[in-house]
Design a protein around this ligand. Sequence first.
Ligand SMILES: [Zn+2]
Ligand SMILES: [Zn+2]
Length: 319
Amino acid sequence: MRSASLATLPLLALLALAPPLRASPPPALHATPARVTILYDAFGTAPGAIQDWGFAALIEYDGRRILFDTGDNAAIFEKNVRALHVDLRRLDFAIISHRHGDHVAGLSYLLRVNPNVKIYAPRENFGVFGSSLPGTFFRTDPTLPKAMRYFDGAPPAQLSFGSAWPEAHFTLIDTLTEVAPGVTLVSTVSRTPGTLELRELSLVIRTPTGALIVVGCSHPGIEAILQAAAVVTPQVALIVGGLHWVTAADSTIARLSTALHDSWHVRQIGPGHCTGEPGFAALQKQFGVAYLYAGLGTVLQRAAADSAEWESRPPSAPD
Ligand SMILES: [Zn+2]
Ligand SMILES: [Zn+2]
């Protein structure tokens, strides 16, 4: 296309500055569901769904539909998605929290039903989601003969590294990023031996009563994630997902449960996945009625349109 002529430029500039025309006011919050549906986990029952180790959830909020993780097995993910009547063709975007197999393996099913979906994933050098580096990232030795030099001594400006899902439309994130109004991805890095330097994305949605936070495994530590999320809003309305206390000592679980309740003032909690059985027990004791059961097929939703509280609903009966 030819570039705009000088005469049309001021008009284009004015159009760019003008507020977008709005035919009707935005829909009221209560007109759209505010809920989190657990699509993949190793506890809980839903008619037609299968338990397996891993995590996936559909988040519906403020008219948006967001898939968070894809579980551990594409066939089981497909079965659960169908059993819970979730249409993955209708998504605003998907998020992969981290590269572990129990969160990414369902990607092949997602890409089959929705090949063009935008997928946010952690940026990791030479990671499975693909990456790129400047062609100058390596040290050079110009005294070497051409045949011993990378790219004959003339590397491209940018080097791209392959993805395990080359057809996927990944957007790689390594810093706190607001991906839609009120919807932020928090990027944290694990310092825990075993998952050292693993990057993880957590979803933070601003609600009138604080943040709805969805976590995959919390490998960097739930407190590190909350600290990063506090930039968005210091209040935490609800945490859903895995806290990775699955092998933690009772003393660690007790300390962190108390901290979430007493120091971070987390209002409600719906733990799942790698939180662990002793973790479920400790959090249930700590949070009482503010503990929301979040097994496979559960729907966490606002108790009423204008309510500050979320509630846990069992999976609905099949049609
Ligand atoms: Zn996991
Ligand atoms: Zn993990």
